[in-house]
Design a binder for this molecule. Structure first.
Ligand code: HT7
Ligand code: ZN
Length: 873
């Protein structure tokens, strides 16, 4: 198919002001009648044909202003319906189509999830419900009448406010919903089924009462309360932080078990993957509680950043996604610990977005071309998109940032916008020229910043020389300099920051690096300070610096910035691991850095009260972090060995404090998912993981004991996870027990799948293959696929990258099979190949041939075909 290019954007030739949908539900033949109020776009050409998008639709009839259209008045193809000569003024087009929700395995458009009917329209799913101008800049007011059998579908939901319900004869009933806010088709939603509901209410800042409803499968209502609390917290936060009030009489969340992504922000009717709604102490971990809170917030925040102001075209996806991720990150920081949230976001950014930026799938935050938009819901658009917003705030300051947001909401409410329109609001309120800043949206790749420093005791100056360089990425050979906010401190020997003076004037803690080379000379510096660079990770860059291990260990103890205290320990560990990999590959033993053990040991000191933060200090860089640092000729087995070696050495050096911390942090009292309690559990598990390093018996026994006696799901799952790393009898017994206890709960079986699929053991692939044959697995359910196959491919570096290439062949086989039913999920699994080019030669050859095998298949979806071609290019 032809690619779509940003440069070729044209406004729609026609506009649709109002949509009346009449949906008569039937498992195989749902009848959809759409009455569309259409008019030519005054900005468009005269005499244009009207071409509507459509996919997998069966057209029954078409009328214009009540008069039937004949077949030759229409041109119908598998992807469109065209009226070559539509009226030149406003008219009403009525189309009746049949769709088959039961046959819809793609889970886009109208489909069935465990018997219920639900829809997913972003990005281009509405065209699978009726013919339409399925593009985000066509905004219409929707009225939806749903009719279905009362016994099977007592609940009938759509966007907006409920205006009418009643019987429809033959055991059927109907509901009419009206959404007064014009919206693009991707925000349309419909849900019908026999669902349980938890209800509450929220009084908005202007005193309006909003009904809140969370719909779940019957019997799971007691697992919906955390989601409900999260909705109320999100509504309050958006009022207090951004002055944004909710705008309908009801806000609904529906949990479904078949869903391609995490959740969807449909206007007033958010549809969620049930994994991100359902939680109870018996079934959910601390991580689940935190994810639910964050994702509920994210979808709710879209009501303003995405729904009230939407995207002009899909190239502007980051306009809503990057901004909304930024908003949900801020929400979590306010609800929990700001430094811990920042650290975990940066870990995530580096592990997936930096990896994406360094490989063949790299693309700008705002891509300029796409073949399949589904493949651009990426860490670059979302997470790097959020970093760009954060840099904007850092550069102009919090007051100007809030003023810019206010202006954006005022000026663009009800519109479909571009990044330029968004950034113009901040340029206007701050007086900053944002033209160079816009490069963050258009230039792919992670900038590398190299910082060299020099202290001159005679002149009492401290000089920083910063060089920036962004490596080439596909389609972008040469890069221009970016605006990089460098937040820094010069730390004196007692840990205080010395005043920053440049050119005789006080300099702020944030300096914008705008050129390829920047020299900054700090004056009045009495002693050589230790520079603390990119505090709070002030820019999404890779830092190379002349900081010594001594500098880093000093910062780990003394820096006032908690992010950089953590970063310092990580950098020391990372340098050690890279050296360890080199040593092992040369047949030598890795050398140890005793001061690293000391720094990590402080996390387990009884005096350390912030356990969540301490757990971050104790968590070593991941195998992926080490691979990225090495960059090329990567040998995943050597990385795993070096990391295991370091863990075993930490266990030996810290045996006593680890055991003491594990005992001290034992669960007392009833479970609470709050951040402090979750932090204690995280630190306890970090201690346990080190105690069991290398399969040490006493550690394994402790883990087994914790597994058996756990009073909450976090302890049980984390103990199982620690056990799963070591081939022992306890591991098998615990896995067997978990299946016995929780075999009827799909979300818990997902945890069981994930733990087994992630184990770095030689028989893991065989086990994954045999689990796929078990009745607990269902290739049609994306959660099962992600937790078993996705976890293996993206979360198990040694076994996916087996030296014999079996892991690659296995993934290619699964993708081939899944592509026939759910191409979107199949394409996402292929993300595991995003780093294949950095592997050592033998694995690289094997990965390439698995990709080539896919490329040679006679029938490949647009989704998978696009990823395969780009991965191989
Ligand atoms: N905006 C939502 C994206 C989404 C999606 C995209 C493609 C196919 C299925 C999908 N389900 C949800 C989710 C979000 O970012 O808020
Ligand atoms: Zn989103």
């Amino acid at each position: 198919p032809r690619p779509v290019r940003l440069a070729e954007y044209r406004p729609s030739d026609f506009l649709i002001d109002a949509v009346h949908l009449d949906v008569s539900l039937d498992p195989e033949a749902t009848r959809v009648t759409a009455r569309l109020a259409i008019r030519p776009n005054p900005l468009g050409p005269e005499n244009a044909a009207l071409k509507l998008d459509g996919e997998d639709l069966n057209l029954v009839s078409a009328e214009i202003d009540g008069a039937p259209l004949r077949v030759d008045d229409l041109d119908v193809t598998p992807s469109s319906l065209t009226l070559p000569n539509p009226p030149r003024g406003p008219f009403e087009l009525t189309l009746t189509t049949l769709v088959d929700p039961s046959a819809n395995t793609r889970l886009m458009g109208l489909y069935r999830s465990n018997g219920a009917y639900c829809t997913q329209c972003e990005a281009e799913g509405f065209r699978r419900i009726t013919y339409f101008l399925d593009r985000p800049d066509v905004l219409a007011v929707y009225t939806t009448r749903i009719e279905g059998p009362e016994a099977e579908t007592p609940i009938l939901l759509s966007n907006g406010n409920l205006v009418e319900t009643g019987p429809a004869g033959d055991g059927r009933h109907f509901a009419v919903w009206h959404d007064p806010h014009p919206k693009p088709s991707y925000l349309f939603a419909l849900v019908a089924g026999d669902l349980g509901v938890v209800e509450d209410a929220f009084v908005t800042m202007s005193g309006r009462r909003v009904a809140l409803k969370v719909f779940v499968e019957h019997g799971k209502e007691d697992r919906a309360h955390h989601a409900m609390e999260s909705i109320k917290a999100s509504m309050r936060w958006d009022e207090e932080t951004f002055g944004r009030e909710y705008d309908l009489d009801v806000f609904m969340v529906v949990a479904v078990s078949y869903f391609n992504m995490g959740a969807m922000e449909n206007k007033g009717l958010n549809v969620f993957n049930d994994k991100y709604v359902l939680a109870s102490p018996e079934t959910a971990t601390d991580g689940d509680y935190a994810n639910i809170e964050a994702i509920i917030a994210h979808e709710y925040f879209h009501n303003w950043t995405g729904n009230r102001i939407t995207c002009r075209d899909w190239f502007q996806l980051c306009l809503k996604e990057g901004l909304t991720v930024f908003r949900d990150q801020e929400f979590t920081s306010d609800m929990r610990s700001r430094p811990v949230k920042r650290i975990s976001d940066v870990r995530g950014l580096r592990s997936v977005q930096f990896a994406e930026d360094a490989g063949p799938l790299a693309h700008p935050v705002r891509p300029q071309i796409y073949h399949e938009i589904n493949n651009f819901y990426t860490p670059t658009v979302y997470e790097k998109g959020a970093e760009v917003i954060r840099m904007l705030k850092t550069l102009i300051g919090p007051e100007a940032f809030r003023a810019g947001m206010d202006l954006y909401f005022d000026r663009h409410d009800g519109q479909a916008c571009t990044i330029e329109q968004f950034i113009a609001c901040f340029a206007e309120v701050s007086g900053h020229d944002m033209s160079q800043f816009l490069r963050w949206y258009d230039q792919a790749g992670t900038p590398e910043v190299d910082i060299r420093t020099a202290y001159d005791p005679d002149r009492k100056t401290f000089t920083i020389d910063a060089t920036q360089k962004t490596p080439p990425t596909p389609g972008q050979q040469f890069k221009q300099a970016m605006v990089i906010p460098l937040a820094l401190g010069l730390v004196d020997e007692d840990g205080s920051d010395i005043p920053l003076v440049v050119g005789g004037a006080h300099a702020g803690p944030v300096i914008a690096l705008t050129a390829e080379n920047t020299r900054i000379v700090f004056e009045n510096v009495e002693r050589r300070p230790v520079p603390s660079l990119f505090r709070n990770f002030s820019a999404p860059v890779k830092l190379r610096s002349d900081q010594t291990v001594e500098d880093l260990l000093f910062l780990a103890r003394k820096d006032s910035d908690p992010f950089n205290r953590w970063q310092a320990v990580q950098t020391v560990a990372l340098r050690g691991l890279v050296a360890g990999v080199a040593a092992l590959r040369e047949g030598r033993e890795p050398t140890e850095e005793p001061r690293l053990a000391e720094a990590i040991g402080r996390a387990f000191d009884p005096a350390e009260t912030d356990c969540a933060y301490a757990a971050q200090i104790a968590a070593l860089p991941s195998e992926g972090d080490v691979a990225r640092e090495i960059g090329e000729d990567v040998d995943p087995d050597a990385i795993h060995s070096a990391r295991s070696y370091l863990k075993a050495s930490l266990r030996q050096r810290l045996a006593e404090p680890l055991a003491a911390a594990f005992d001290r942090l034992a669960e007392r009292g009833p479970y609470s998912p709050d951040a402090a309690a979750a932090g204690r559990r995280a630190l306890k598990i970090a201690a346990l993981d080190l105690l069991a390093a290398g399969g040490e018996r006493s550690g394994v026994e402790r883990a087994f004991d914790l597994y058996k006696t756990a009073s909450n799901m976090t302890d049980r799952v984390m103990a199982l996870q620690v056990l799963s790393l070591h081939a022992t009898a306890e591991r098998e017994e615990a896995l067997e027990d978990f299946a016995q206890r929780y075999g009827t709960d799909p979300l818990l079986i997902d945890k069981w799948f994930l733990i087994q699929a992630s184990a770095p053991l030689p028989d893991t692939l065989d086990r994954v293959q045999s689990l796929m044959a078990s009745p607990l697995f269902d290739m049609k359910n994306p959660n099962r696929v992600r937790s078993l196959i996705g976890a293996f491919a993206s979360g198990n570096p040694t076994q996916f990258n087996k030296a014999d290439g079996r892991g690659y062949g296995f993934l290619a086989d699964v993708v081939t099979e899944l592509d026939a039913t759910n191409p979107q999920v199949a394409a996402r699994l292929l993300g595991a190949f995003r780093t294949w080019r950095s592997l050592e030669p033998q694995r690289r050859r094997l990965a390439e041939s698995a990709l080539q095998r896919l490329a040679a298949l006679p029938r490949l979806s647009a989704d998978v075909g696009d990823i395969v071609r780009r991965a191989l290019a």
